[in-house]
Structure formats: structure tokens, C-alpha cells
Ligand binder design. Structure first.
Ligand SMILES: *Cc1c(COP(=O)(O)O)cnc(C)c1O
Length: 377
């Protein structure tokens, strides 16, 4: 059996996690968390980052930071993970979905402006498969209408848009280190990226249960006290140590994934045509090979294709049943304009196995099985 994913593992994790286990302090913001923060701030040029226990929680912090109130509207694609919307629904926001572009499956930047009302507070672009949204256009719209941009860059670490790392362009952004992503902090983890400096002080307070404990540790105040709303948004040092091992190997992981991605792309580009489409990567986007997907003719063909691969011992998956199609999602949202591509394209898409450490032999088996499946479906 060839699984769909294996959590990234480099071999360096063992010694770092052991060291964290034996440290005097295993709770949040210890030595490994500081080292991870330094790595991101140095490599991304982001003014401030904060590790969180998940990307979901980084998005929740973003919703608190921009002070979402009941009735505020937030614009995003419906083709995304539930947390992109839930983080704002938790604060009472209404979600306004707009259609995706069929080439990248990212929010269609040309449809955003028409969805803005006087209640709109933020735009949340999701960089699907680690391929950037059209950020220059999105930032210009936000600027013109005085809105915040929160990048859901859960899949976007090590990708760039016009040379800028994803997650460093919007006012705030979130990464995920869940074990299905390119880098993991031991199964679950996330990062809040703060690009607008006005949010830094309050983010530290919200993350420390609404207290000024971070300032206390730094000797800036002589006692710590309750000053704002907040929650516990710190991961343990075990998670940070695991992630740190992967950050030290970030380039190695990225190039291995990219090699696999191109292996698939070359193998299938001869086959592509009306019935089979390959991922599209706009020229200004350098991507991290988070995902390799194919688009097939229809839902029916996709189901037969996945079954055929399964019979050949290979697990391929689809995802993101559009959020507006669920009863709960519908109750909190409006789909602005026509759903021309979101539902249709989501039903055609299938993701192939790809992980750090996948062997050439494993990839060859997948390629052969895909060819066979395409002949029969
Ligand atoms: C994985 C993912 C999330 C959630 O990440 P967690 O770390 O599991 O909370 C959010 N948005 C998108 C687009 C994702 O792919």
C-alpha cells in the first residue's frame, strides 16, 4: 500500500525533542520556541512571529486582533478548510464567499471588490497548494477600502509571490505545522505572522491568556496582570523542538518535494488534454510543492479513478467540499455572485501521494497506476 501522506521526518528530531524533554522548562516560549521565532524572523523578514498550537488558533488570534464583532463581514473562498471560516464565525462574523479561479483554485481577485459592503472588515486569501493568490491586486483593494488582509498560508511555507514569502504580505498571516503539511511540529502546530507592527503588543497579550506576562518576563513591568481578552495559544517546547529540526532542514525538504512534484508533472504532461488537467502555477509564484493534484472530467470519473488507484494499492484523496454547501456553513454565510467554478472544479480534483522521503520507486508505482486508471475510467 502506498499511503497518501507520511509526516515529514528528517532524523534530527529525536535529539532535539529529547533535549526539550530534559530541559528545566517545557512550557511555552522556552529555548526552542525562541529559536523557531528567530529562524522565521531571520528567513522571512517578518517583524514578529508567534508559534501557536495550530494554524486554526493562529487564525483565531487574527480574528481577535482585528476586533471582529458580530455582524462584521469577512470575504474568502468557499473552497477551503473549515478553520478559515470558523475562526471568524467564532467572533460572530458573517462569511461572504466569492468564487475561485479555475486555474489555481485561489480566490478570484477580480470578484472581491463587488462583494465589499460597509460591514466588510477583512479579506482572507487562501494560498491553495502553496501557490500564491494575486496579492498585489488583493492588497490594493484592501488599501482602497480600508480592510485587513489575513493570509491563510497554512500550506504556504517556503512559497513566494514576486519573491516575497507567503505570509509576509497581508497584515497578519497563519502557517500550519499539522502533519499533513510540508513541515510539522510533531503532528499539530501553527504560526501567527504579524506584518503590521501595531498588532505585536496585543498579540503577545492575547496569546498569554490576556495577561502581560511576556512583558513581565522581559522585565518591562514588575508584576503581571489581566489586561485583555485572551486564551492559551502557546505550544509546548516538545512541539517547538520537533519543528526546529525541520526548520534546519527546510531547504532539503523543499527541494525533495519539488523534485517529486516535477516528476509527476513531467510524467503526466504528455497525457494532459480536455479530460485531464494539471496544476497551473502563475509565473510570479514560486511554490513549495505542497500538493500534486489532477483534475478529471467529472465527479463520476474521479470516483472511479480513486477506486481504481485503491484497487492498485494507492491512496489518493480529494478534499474541500465547498463550505457553503454544508447546512451549517450556509447559515453563517452568503455566496456573493455565481458559483461558476467552486463546486464544479472541487468535484474534479484529486490529490496524489506526495511526502518528504517518498522514494523514486514509490513514485513510479503511482505514475504507472495513474496511467492504468486513466485508461479504464
Ligand atoms: C491545514 C489547514 C488549516 C488548519 O491548520 P491546522 O494547523 O490543522 O489548524 C487551515 N487552513 C488551510 C487552508 C489548511 O490547509
Amino acid at each position: 500500500m502506498i499511503p497518501f501522506n507520511k509526516p515529514p521526518y528528517t532524523g534530527d528530531e529525536d535529539s532535539h525533542v529529547l533535549k526539550a524533554m530534559r530541559a528545566a522548562k517545557m512550557s511555552g516560549d522556552g529555548e526552542y520556541t525562541v529559536r523557531c521565532h528567530e529562524w522565521f524572523e531571520r528567513n522571512l523578514g517578518s517583524p514578529k512571529v508567534l508559534l501557536t498550537p495550530s494554524c486554526t488558533q493562529a487564525l483565531e488570534m487574527a480574528a481577535l486582533l482585528i476586533d471582529i464583532q458580530p455582524g462584521d463581514e469577512v470575504i474568502m473562498p468557499s473552497y477551503t478548510f473549515v478553520s478559515t471560516a470558523n475562526a471568524f464565525v467564532l467572533r460572530g462574523a458573517r462569511i461572504v464567499f466569492v468564487d475561485v479561479r479555475p486555474d489555481t483554485m485561489n480566490i478570484d481577485e477580480t470578484l472581491i471588490e463587488a462583494a465589499i459592503t460597509e460591514r466588510t472588515k477583512a479579506i482572507v486569501p487562501v494560498h491553495y497548494a502553496g501557490v500564491a493568490c494575486e496579492m498585489d491586486v488583493i492588497m490594493a483593494i484592501a488599501d482602497k477600502h480600508n480592510l485587513y488582509v489575513i493570509e491563510d498560508a497554512a500550506q504556504g511555507m517556503m512559497s513566494t509571490y514576486k519573491g516575497k514569502p507567503l505570509g509576509t504580505i497581508g497584515h497578519l498571516a497563519a502557517y500550519s505545522f499539522h502533519d499533513t503539511k510540508n513541515y510539522t511540529s510533531g503532528g499539530e502546530g501553527g504560526l501567527l505572522l504579524i506584518n503590521d507592527k501595531k498588532f505585536i503588543a496585543r498579540a503577545e497579550i492575547i496569546r498569554e491568556k490576556g495577561t502581560n506576562r511576556s512583558q513581565f518576563w522581559r522585565g518591562m513591568v514588575d508584576k503581571y496582570t489581566w489586561v485583555d481578552v485572551g486564551s492559551s495559544y502557546l505550544p509546548s517546547e516538545l512541539q517547538a523542538a520537533y519543528l526546529y529540526s525541520q526548520l534546519e532542514n527546510a531547504e532539503r525538504i523543499n527541494s525533495a518535494r519539488r523534485r517529486l512534484w516535477h516528476g509527476y508533472y513531467e510524467a503526466f504532461s504528455g497525457l494532459s488534454g480536455a479530460l485531464l488537467e494539471l496544476p497551473v502555477v502563475p509565473q510570479e509564484c514560486e511554490h513549495n510543492a505542497h500538493m500534486f493534484y489532477l483534475k478529471l472530467a467529472s465527479l463520476q470519473v474521479r470516483t472511479a479513478f480513486i477506486d481504481s488507484l485503491k484497487a492498485q494499492g494507492i491512496i489518493a484523496v480529494f478534499h474541500y467540499v465547498p463550505l457553503h454547501s454544508s447546512a451549517y456553513g450556509a447559515s453563517w454565510s452568503t455566496f456573493h455572485g455565481e458559483d461558476k467554478y467552486t463546486t464544479q472544479e472541487s468535484e474534479r480534483l484529486v490529490r496524489l501521494p506526495i511526502w518528504y522521503g517518498m522514494t523514486d520507486a514509490e513514485q513510479s508505482s503511482v505514475i504507472a497506476a495513474v496511467r492504468k486508471a486513466l485508461e479504464t475510467v
